[in-house]
Design a protein around this ligand. Structure first.
Ligand SMILES: [Zn+2]
Length: 554
């Protein structure tokens, strides 16, 4: 046998195929798995005794927004800590390339607005030294800690070709041809597919460029990317209205049949407000499947919990015009505006629109002595005791803390364990939609991988460990065209995660100030992850990053 660089012995191997786990060793030579089963002693330069631990293929997260963060943080923290060895970014029609010299402001404005990454963070952390998508990939490639699959954002592509017209009209034949040529070039440079959006609005409340595309443009783009032999179309549906969402699913079926590419709709969530929308959506996916389309949805194991701090950003407040306007001010002016009694009546009446969510809110972190007695308590209870409305109590508490008070909305959306388990078990649903790297001052999406095992395998026994691992690895690699990854087998890339099935957990959210441009984010530190191996290199061991940076553009 060839010399091994690494041998993990006595593991319970869950190989990502969905088949029963088995006990054995896995040998690694270079960046590949060289042996599985019983590996004779004395060959490897590094040995790990994995007694009591599970060895699985590295997890794949198909829905992240690390496009800006990867510029200053090649580890895409904290995803690797949650066992992720491959992250797909560029979702929801938004990427930072292609971009014409001097025209990055539009991409930054859209990204800031839709994904809640602040403009000062872009200014401090994203250099925009590239124009083409390939040049962007070349920029981020050096020193990657994990594998990156990069979708091309349809809104970025359309803006590049059509400028401001991209938010006014359908494209001409010549413009479509140019978009197709750029997409083909991006695929040749290593892109994994295209992302689009049927719902998002930009910084001026205008639909994003991708929403002005007609079917000839969408079919042409799907066929163009399919020429590369792979390609996925990810899309955000018009989830505000289920009838529209069902039409979106039918359209994705048509696109898939016309081009052969897989279409991925994100997210599907169960919510008391949405009623049976999720069930009807799953049924619509089945209809497209019967007609020969490859249309999948993404859903996440995480209850859609959010934190609001009026000192940060919050997409919950987009629909409240006065709140939204004040949230756009610099902090000192924001404090004045929210505190001005002349604005109070308007703020309160608008705030009642989100009262159903505020009913599920509790007070988290507080800063002033006056607020200390309220920490940990339900906002509804406090409002009742004080005899004021929910928006009023929120404003008063926030003002006492210079707007920094944390309000934690828990258990309101995607919370019903039975419904979520049914969604997560559906064969046309992929585990995704983590949104890691986005909305970072509201929640931490990284951690969904551990949470699937923690909550749905260990706590609620809704899924076997083998099936959960398959959902996070082999199935995604196969369906998304990620070659030679996602399973533990000889000859495959050695992307591996070693964890304790009894303790693996996503960990609590913590709020930290480590984002460029003097910004903050929520993080989760996983529990029970012993080691993460990327392309044969131990990248994380017992919670600490090594010097290895073996990630690739895949
Ligand atoms: Zn997204």
């Amino acid at each position: 046998m060839a010399e091994l660089d690494l041998c993990i012995r006595n593991a319970r191997i869950v190989d990502g195929t969905g088949g029963p786990s088995f006990f054995g060793d896995v040998g690694v030579a270079g960046d590949r798995i060289a042996a599985v089963g019983r590996v004779e002693g004395g060959f490897a330069s590094r040995e790990i005794d994995a007694h009591g631990l599970v060895l699985a293929p590295g997890f794949i997260d198909i829905h992240t927004h690390y496009d800006p963060q990867i510029c200053w943080d090649r580890l895409a923290t904290p995803s690797i800590e949650h066992g992720v060895t491959t992250a797909v970014m560029g979702n929801c029609s938004l990427t930072l390339a292609p971009v014409k010299p001097g025209q990055s402001a539009k991409l930054v404005a859209m990204f800031s607005r839709i994904e809640d990454i602040k403009a000062p963070t872009f200014a401090a952390g994203v250099p925009f030294t590239w124009e083409s998508f390939g040049e962007y990939l070349a920029h981020i490639r050096a020193g990657l800690g994990l594998n990156i699959g990069a979708l091309v954002g349809h809104s970025a592509l359309r803006w590049y070709v059509m400028g401001a017209d991209s938010q006014e009209r359908v494209a001409t034949d010549a413009e479509i041809a140019q978009m197709c040529r750029l997409l083909e070039e991006a695929m040749a440079a290593g892109a994994i597919g295209l992302s689009t959006s049927y719902v998002d609005i930009d910084e001026n409340m205008k639909p994003v460029p991708s929403r002005f595309a007609d079917m000839r443009e969408k079919i042409a783009l799907c066929q163009a990317m399919a020429k590369s032999g792979r390609g996925v179309l990810q899309t955000v549906p018009y989830f505000i209205d289920v009838e529209e969402q069902l039409k979106n699913i039918a359209e994705l079926g048509e696109l898939s049949r016309a081009s052969g590419v897989l279409c991925s709709l994100a997210p599907i969530v169960s919510s008391p407000l949405g009623g049976d929308a999720w069930r009807r959506s799953l049924a619509a996916l089945e209809v497209e499947r019967e007609k020969g389309g490859r249309v999948y949805a993404q859903s996440m194991p995480r209850t859609f919990d959010l934190n609001i701090r009026l000192s940060e950003t919050s997409f919950l407040l987009f629909g409240l015009p006065t709140w939204n306007r004040f949230m756009g001010l610099a902090l000192p002016e924001r404090v004045t505006a929210f505190g001005d009694r002349a604005n109070r009546a308007q703020l309160v009446s608008e705030g009642m629109l989100i009262a159903p969510l505020l009913m599920a809110a509790s007070v988290g972190e507080v800063f002033s002595a006056a607020n200390r007695p309220f920490a940990g308590r339900s906002l509804l209870q406090i409002a009742g005791e004080l005899g004021v409305s929910l928006p009023e109590v929120m404003l008063d508490l926030a003002l006492a803390d210079g707007l920094r008070t944390e309000f934690c909305i828990r258990g309101a959306i995607h919370a019903n364990i039975e419904s979520v388990a049914e969604i997560l078990s559906h064969p046309l649903v992929h585990i995704g939609a983590s949104d890691a790297g986005a909305h970072i001052a509201q929640f931490c999406g990284a951690g969904d991988t551990c949470y699937l095992i923690e909550r749905f395998v260990r706590e609620h026994k809704k899924m076997s460990l083998e099936r959960a691992v398959e959902r996070l690895t082999g199935e995604l690699a196969r369906d998304w065209g990620i070659a030679d990854r996602g399973v533990i087998a000889e000859g495959k890339f050695a992307d591996l995660v070693l964890f304790d099935p009894e303790t693996i957990a996503r960990g609590p959210e913590v709020f930290v100030g480590d984002v460029p441009g003097d910004a903050n984010r929520y993080l989760r530190r996983a529990k029970g992850i012993e080691a993460v191996i990327v392309n044969g290199e131990i990248t994380l061991e017992r919670g600490s990053y090594t010097a290895a940076r073996a990630g690739r553009i895949i």
